[in-house]
Design a protein around this ligand. Structure first.
Ligand code: SF4
Ligand code: SF4
Length: 356
């Protein structure tokens, strides 16, 4: 483990601006937002106390992106600098792992996402003040990243304790020894003390909110899939798709062609599985014509399909959908209902059929 001083971090950021578009979390009107960093700008010593409003996904898989220009051409060789995100929290690191599974897990890969991930740099940092809606520990994660980053920085009194989890991180440390001193015992103790305190805090707020624990989520859809509670839940949903658009793991998209600066262009735009036409096929057929089916599908994908096919829960516990939902549908209580109804309904016949 290494110790990075505040001065060394400033030097690293100035260096990174030469090769990357660097974004750091900045507090604006009480919320953290990833903001383009210019050398010399002040940064918060804690690198953002918890996750920002926008997730890391938005930088590697933006809401709208031109993917081809001209007949047969493509935009794969973008001239933009790659992204360096600083202060990425563990939940967003997990979110990128889900996107990696979706876009890079098997061939063919999503070429633009693959390119940006390969070029990008992820500097994670520990949470120091989780939000009331955070529940990362309930899905088996921690409020500090432990894999899938390049460097992680934990704020401690003498600076930041740094660890690498990638070849890029190792290279950075090897090529810039001036920024990385060996951490002293007091730095490591400070890191572990912070981590235990924040982990306890998130676990306590999960317990207070009645969020089921990780073990209860294994196979939770098996019992909950045919439960009637999806229809009750759908009666509150206003079908705005906000839960999809804020979610760091949602990755469905549409391709559409249009003119851009007088040339044929193809754009990739986020889609949302809560919206009625999401699954509509040619001819007008829709396998998820009812709202409750779409709502259930969202949870099925996150808590059954992804664990079964990619070995990862496609929810990070970030709580963004909790605050974004105008109908106050709270994923933490939906999970509790899934567990409760799953247990209860396993012994009784299904109440939902395709025509309900
Ligand atoms: S969900 Fe966990 S990792 Fe994410 S911001 Fe909250 S405490 Fe931090
Ligand atoms: S489902 Fe909600 S809590 Fe889970 S990752 Fe998406 S926005 Fe975060």
């Amino acid at each position: 483990m290494y110790l990075v001083s505040k001065t060394s971090l400033d030097q690293f950021l100035a260096w990174a601006c030469g090769s990357y578009r660097v974004f750091v979390p900045v507090n604006r009107n009480g919320a953290l937002h990833f903001t383009r960093y210019e050398p010399g700008a002040p940064i918060a010593a804690d690198l953002g106390v918890c996750r920002a409003s926008e997730s890391a996904r938005d930088f590697f898989f933006p809401p709208r992106k031109r993917v081809a220009l001209g007949l047969g051409g493509d935009d794969a060789e973008s001239s933009e600098k790659p992204v360096c995100l600083v202060g990425v929290k563990a939940c967003d690191v997990h979110g990128l792992a889900v996107l990696d599974a979706a876009f890079l897990g098997q061939a063919p890969h999503e070429p633009l996402y693959a390119r940006e991930r390969a070029r990008g740099l992820i500097i994670a940092s520990d949470c120091t003040a989780p939000r009331e809606t955070c529940f990362c520990t309930a899905i088996g994660e921690h409020p500090h990243a432990w894999v899938d980053f390049d460097l992680n920085l934990t704020p401690v009194p003498r600076g930041y304790v740094a660890v690498s989890a990638s070849e890029k991180g190792d290279r950075l440390i090897a090529e810039h020894p001036e920024w990385f001193a060996l951490a002293a015992d007091e730095d490591i103790v400070a890191r572990e003390t912070l981590r235990s305190r924040i982990e306890r805090q998130v676990r306590a707020q999960c317990a207070a909110a009645g969020v089921p624990d990780r073990a209860a989520l294994d196979g939770v859809m098996d019992g909950a899939y045919d439960s009637g509670f999806w229809r009750d839940l759908a009666s509150a949903c206003v079908e705005c798709g906000a839960c999809n658009t804020v979610c760091p793991t949602c990755h469905c998209f549409l391709l559409h062609d249009t003119l851009d600066a007088g040339e044929n262009a193809r754009f990739r735009t986020w889609d949302a599985c809560l919206l009625k036409d999401f699954a509509r096929c040619a001819g007008g057929g829709n396998p998820r014509a009812k709202l409750w089916m779409r709502l259930r599908n969202r949870f099925d994908k996150k808590f059954s399909y992804f664990p079964e096919t990619a070995g990862i829960i496609a929810c990070t516990g970030c709580g963004r959908c909790v605050t974004a939902c105008p109908a106050r549908i709270d994923i933490r209580s939906v999970l509790r209902k899934m567990v409760d109804h799953g247990r209860r309904d396993q012994s009784i016949p299904a109440v939902i059929g395709p025509g309900a």
